[in-house]
Design a protein around this ligand. Sequence first.
Ligand SMILES: NC(=O)C1=CN([C@@H]2O[C@H](COP(=O)(O)OP(=O)(O)OC[C@H]3O[C@@H](n4cnc5c(N)ncnc54)[C@H](O)[C@@H]3O)[C@@H](O)[C@H]2O)C=CC1
Ligand SMILES: O=C([O-])CC(=O)C(=O)O
Length: 356
Amino acid sequence: MQPSSEANQRIARISAHLYPPNLQMEESSVLRRANCRAKGGAPGFKVAILGAAGGIGQPLSMLMKINPLVSVLHLYDVVNSPGVTADISHMDTGAVVRGFLGQPQLESALTGMDLVIIPAGVPRKPGMTRDDLFNINAGIVRTLCEGIAKCCPKAVVNLISNPVNSTVPIAAEVFKKAGTFDPKRLLGVTMLDVVRAKTFVAEVLGLDPREVDVPVVGGHAGVTILPLLSQVKPPCSFTPQETEYLTNRIQNGGTEVVEAKAGTGSATLSMAYAAVKFADACLRGLRGDAGVVECSFVASEVTELPFFASKVRLGRTGAEEIFQLGPLNEYERVGLEKAKKELAASIAKGISFIRK
Ligand SMILES: NC(=O)C1=CN([C@@H]2O[C@H](COP(=O)(O)OP(=O)(O)OC[C@H]3O[C@@H](n4cnc5c(N)ncnc54)[C@H](O)[C@@H]3O)[C@@H](O)[C@H]2O)C=CC1
Ligand SMILES: O=C([O-])CC(=O)C(=O)O
C-alpha cells in the first residue's frame, strides 16, 4: 500500500528534523512538540554538548540522552555530528536530539539552552602536559564562549576542555568582555579527579567506591590536583606511604590513561561518566533540589587566587555557595602551596590570552 500524502509529508518532516539542510529553518512540528514538552508539564532541561562527536563527546551524548532530566539535547561539533545525532536519536528515551555541524550552526545549537557542556578540543599524547594543549584549545574555548555569551548568556557552563586551569579563566574573560559574566554559572569540570580519588581510596580501604567521599581541591593538572585525604569519609587514617601513593596516583590519573592509550588519546569513557555525574548534579541544582554538593573549579575567594576548585553547592542559579577547604594536615598544607604556585601561572596565562 502507498503511504498517504499526509503520511509522506509527516515522514518528510521527521527526516528534515534529523538531517536538516539548514538548521536555521523554521521549527518543524516535531520540534514544536518537543519544545512544548520541554516547557510544559514533563520536567526537562535543554542541554547542548559542544564537541559532541569526540572521544568524550560521543559517550557523553549517549549518557545525557538517557538522563530523565533532559528534554532537548543539542549535539554540536565541527565534524561528524550528523552521524552521532542520527545514531543517538534512535534511543527510546525522552530527550529529543538535534544535530548541528560547524560554526554557521553554533548559534542555533546554543539558543535557549539551560546547560552547555564543552568537551571540544584536542587531547594529550604521551609526553605532553595539559598546558601543551593551550595553543589550540584556548582559541576553541574563546569562540564557543563568545557564542554562549550571545545566544544563552544565562546557561550554566560545564567546561571540560584542557587545560581547565586556563580555559575557565579564558571563558570568564570572554563573558566579562560581553558583559554576561556570572561566576556562579561557570564551572570547570574536575569531577574525574573525584571519581578517581574515590576509586583509588576505596581500593586501599577495601570499600565500595560509592561509599567513599574524597574532596579534591585546587585545579586540574598535576600538583594542582590536591586530594584532601585527611577529610575522607567514612573517617579513616592512612600511613605516610599510603598518603604518598594515593596522592601521586590521583594527581597522575590522567597521565596513566594517556600512556596506556599510547598516542590514541586521553581518558574518554571515565570522563564521559564523570561529566554526566557532574551535569546531572547541575541539573538537580537547577531543578531546586537541596544539598547538591560537588567539587568544581570556579571563581572563588577560598584562597587569594581568583579561581580554585573546592566543594560547591549547586542550586537554581549554579554554584550558589563555595565551601572553605576545612582543616588541612601538614602534608596537605605543603601540597596547597605547590598547587597555588602552578595555578597562579595557569590562571594568569588564560586571562592574558583574552586581555592581550
Ligand atoms: N576536564 C577533564 O577532567 C578532562 C578533560 N579532557 C579534555 O577534553 C578535551 C576533549 O577530549 P577528547 O574528547 O578525548 O578529544 P577528541 O579529539 O576525541 O574530541 C574533541 C572533539 O572536539 C571537536 N572540536 C574541535 N574543535 C571544535 C570546535 N571549534 N567546536 C566544536 N567542536 C570542536 C573535534 O571535532 C572532536 O570531535 C581535551 O581537551 C581533553 O584534554 C579530557 C579528559 C578529562
Ligand atoms: O590527562 C589528560 O590529558 C586528560 C585529563 O584531563 C584527565 O584524564 O584527567
